[in-house]
Design a protein around this ligand. Structure first.
Ligand code: SF4
Ligand code: SF4
Length: 491
């Protein structure tokens, strides 16, 4: 249970096991708040509505732009179609995402945490709902302190109902990525959807409601590993939300500050109004320096800029700045910003390289796939005429949206070798040579066949003779060669 402790007093509690202080963030207006709203609308809009975007792939394939199709065992992402054999695209995307996180960190510290992390985005939304129903900071504190009455029950009930609706919609949107969205919406509404869909919606409703509604900043402070990793990766050139000690101190309340100035005594720009602390969603007092709890959301900058504007002092008392510039200012030197430096260049090059390799692989993507597995037992069978037979399992994958025909042949075997495929009739129309035959594979499917290769009688072969299977796509001319061996007892 959270106690009702003001974040200002959080620091005073010396106990190692103090219960979490409930944070009552104040609503702020300003540049960073606007950026955060914009990001919230864009990211949530993408998440909630993407499953409803249609994408025409022809009559046989689903028309949902983004779909993880477990039934067909593949993923669709607009013009991309990823088969299980191409899961390396996913690995590439994950590597790019990780390096992009490092790049963001090198440029501006916890940019991800403050603006883009789903925990931040949903918590922000839940905060907004809370302040719409219960009022801003002071009203929320007063409401929590007041005894339970009709007003409190109504406000708390409405808030939790809306939180649950958002959480439910979040879970509902998630499952829409795994089936045709309009159909699944209908099935869910009429109780005809699969049980797993309801279970996943239930799990995600619970986690969203708990993490964004109740655990909030505690997820960032206690559960997430990224702040610890990020702290080890950062350097003195990264921009971080920083209080300008050189400008702000010695702090004094406005009247006292004016009096000090009038008396010719030093007075900093900070009027100790605590608005920056009240605005902070994690209860941090940024004037105490860099802290692990600070997610670098910039809301304290907005709060302080508002105060500075009101009292007629320059804004920027709290601002994004680098550790190096803090030192330079202390020494009276001019601040410098170095966006282009070895680590930002290296991260950018890595991202460009991986993206380039993925693009190349996509542009040269094969529309067929062919694999061969030699029988393990028996490795060979001797025929009555003394020749040998080897068996192979072949898998032919046709990624085209129409049936494809292929020519399969055996290469690098002596004259007189014969190829047969179980279940494929070898007639004059089908076969041009003994080592060759034609096969068809239906649209968008994998065909598994069993091939038998017969060596010519009376020809001595080594125990393991290299040979290969060649597959030619009649429509595209694409040729795939798979190397294997022909086994005999040998000489
Ligand atoms: S200290 Fe400022 S930047 Fe850091 S989390 Fe609080 S409001 Fe955001
Ligand atoms: S909002 Fe600005 S002036 Fe007020 S306490 Fe924070 S740093 Fe000082």
């Amino acid at each position: 249970m959270s106690s009702q402790v003001d974040p200002i007093d959080k620091e005073e509690d010396e106990s190692w096991f103090a219960s979490a202080a409930k944070i009552y963030p104040m609503e702020v207006k300003g540049r960073f708040r606007k950026i955060k709203w914009a990001i919230l609308f864009i990211t949530l809009g993408i998440y909630y509505f993407t499953p409803f975007i249609r994408w025409d792939r022809g009559p046989l394939l689903p028309d949902q732009a983004v779909l993880i199709d477990f039934e067909r065992k593949r993923g669709y992402f607009f013009f991309l179609e990823i088969w299980p054999q191409e899961v390396y695209y996913l690995a590439g995307l994950l590597i790019i995402a990780s390096v992009a996180l490092f790049l963001m960190n090198a440029i501006a510290g916890r940019l991800w945490c403050g603006y883009l992390c789903p925990q931040t985005v949903w918590t922000d939304l839940f905060f907004r709902v809370e302040s719409m129903i219960e009022g801003d900071r002071r009203k929320r504190i007063a409401l929590d302190k007041q005894p339970w009455n009709a007003e409190k029950i109504l406000k708390k009930g409405t808030k939790h109902f809306l939180w649950l609706m958002i959480a439910w919609w979040t879970g509902g949107a998630w499952v829409l990525y795994f089936a045709d969205a309009p159909t699944l919406v209908y099935d869910l509404a009429t109780g005809q959807a699969a049980l797993s869909a309801y279970v996943w919606i239930g799990i995600l409703t619970f986690t969203t409601y708990s993490l964004a509604g109740h655990m909030r900043e505690q997820v960032c402070v206690y559960m997430c590993p990224w702040p610890r990793i990020q702290a080890a990766l950062t350097d003195e050139h990264a921009l971080n939300v920083t209080y300008r000690f050189d400008r702000g101190e010695p702090r004094a309340h406005l009247k006292e500050s004016k009096k000090l100035s009038a008396d010719g005594l030093p007075a900093g720009d900070c009027i100790d109004c605590n608005q920056c602390v009240y605005a902070c969603p994690t209860g941090v007092d940024i004037r105490k320096g860099a802290q692990l709890d600070c997610i670098q959301c910039g809301l304290c900058i907005d709060a302080c800029d508002t105060v500075m504007t009101k009292v007629g002092r320059p804004t920027g008392l709290i601002a994004y700045d680098t550790d190096m510039n803090i030192e330079r200012r202390e020494k009276g030197e001019t601040p410098v910003y170095r966006l282009i430096r070895p680590r930002t260049v290296i991260y950018t090059v890595i991202i460009a390289l991986i993206a380039g390799v993925m693009l190349y692989a996509q542009l040269n993507r094969s529309m067929t796939s062919f694999s061969v597995v030699h029988d393990r037992n028996p490795l060979y069978v001797q025929q009555s005429d003394g020749s040998f037979r080897n068996g192979y399992s072949l898998r032919l994958l046709n990624k085209h949206n129409n049936e494809q025909s292929f020519t399969l042949s055996v290469e690098d075997m002596p004259a007189g070798t014969t190829l047969e495929v179980v279940g494929v009739h070898k007639d004059a129309a089908n076969v041009a040579k003994d080592t060759q035959l034609n096969l068809t594979v239906e649209a968008d499917t994998t065909r598994s066949v069993r091939a038998l290769v017969f060596s010519p009688a009376g020809v001595d072969l080594p125990g393991s003779k290299p040979m290969s299977f060649k597959l030619i796509d009649h429509q595209t001319g694409e040729t795939t060669v798979v190397h294997d061996f022909f086994r005999t007892p040998g000489n």
